[in-house]
Design a protein around this ligand. Sequence first.
Ligand SMILES: *Cc1c(COP(=O)(O)O)cnc(C)c1O
Length: 478
Amino acid sequence: MADIKKKRRELLDKIPGMPALLNHPDIRKLREMHPTLYVNDIVRRTLERLRKRILEAKGEDLGGIAVDSENICREALERAKRALQPSVRPAINAAGVILHTALGRAPLAPAAQQAVADAIRGYCTLAIDEDTGKRGDRHLHLDQLIAHVTGAEAGIMVNNNASGTMLILNTLAQGREVIVSRGQLIEIGGAFRIPEVMERSGCKLVEVGTTNRTHLHDYERAINENTAAILRVHTSNYRIIGFTGEVPLPELADLAHRYNLPVIDDLGSGALVDLSQWGLPKEPTVQESVKAGMDVICFSGDKMFGGPQGGYLVGKREIIERVKKNPLTRALRGDKLQYSAAEATWKLFLEPEKLTRTHPVLGMITEPAASVRRRAQRLKRRLAPVLQDRAETAVAADTTEMGSGSLPGKGIPTYVLRISPVKRTPECIAEALRKGDPPVFTRIAGDALVIDLRTVFKREEAILEQCLVQAFKRVYEA
Ligand SMILES: *Cc1c(COP(=O)(O)O)cnc(C)c1O
């Protein structure tokens, strides 16, 4: 025990002081090139972290802690480099998950990228009435477009679909009851649970039916004078199979309307085009919910829709106007970046025949498997000289996932490049790829690193190849 204390003391005493570190040639160079105080702070934190590690290390781990200035400088430099480059930076998604939440979900369409760049260069007409020069309504940028594309009377965008759901529940049902089927009380990633959202929105959840089956009479029996709405949640992220039953939407709408109640439809991903036209599993579309008589539909802006983060409420004009008057709407509104990108994305749906070329998400979804296979084979060939005796490679059939809770368990057929490193784990290579520039994200299956080119843009292919070459060099030549 006393031994450990002594060892700790020795290590702590050996740590060089701040002045010595700041004078190290590498750190000096960094201080000349970057904001000095920030670099100093990073060095100080590196020292703090090191002291903490020494104080917390168990006896046998103490030996492995390096306290010489070369090592500390190297760590400080590494940390400084990371802190000084943009923290949110472009990455390559070779993981084969199209709507990868951790990688920013839907990549924006070029038209939307351009619209943002144009709108934010200086001032923009975010909320001004150009006829009168007076303060206007930002929601009007999208209202007509949403109505035209979805067939609904009106629409509004808020910060995201979680806000949209809270907002609509709060607007229509604060202090009152909302009926939901037990089969739809889902949790969406990131601690967003329908029952908790309802509670926070100020309404009371009334559960009806059972996990696997809910009937029309279950809903009808729950209606009373305190009922404010019926909520239907598209259970996009899981599927109940077997002896199941949910009430068809038109019947639910008829029932609600007989009692003068609105139906809220939380579609989650919210497809605007029918995926089955490309041989993919059918996702319910927003237009179908409008036709089925849903009074207000909420869906996410950065899932299948393919826009910036956002949440849409579309439906009856009277309901959308009530939402606009809710003070919470002010707290949940989008900014000029979201509006400019969203408008450009909605406009893509005015020319549906061009979507596979103009809309990256739909472009990825519809790329033929044979085309992905050709790209995988090309990458395999180009990597061959570098990977020679370092890895075995093969192009194999696999599936791309939609991600973000869309098409659960029903991916899109694809071809992947499987790279099985010799005498190294695929995890090492994956880590080197993540730490590269740009960072590359892949998947691991058994002993192989899996690269799905369906989610890699063609313009990224040469960069991806270089990143792989560098990662293998780093791992094998370390
Ligand atoms: C994804 C999802 C949400 C949350 O949407 P965000 O835009 O991420 O806030 C809400 N409801 C359902 C059913 C979803 O699938």
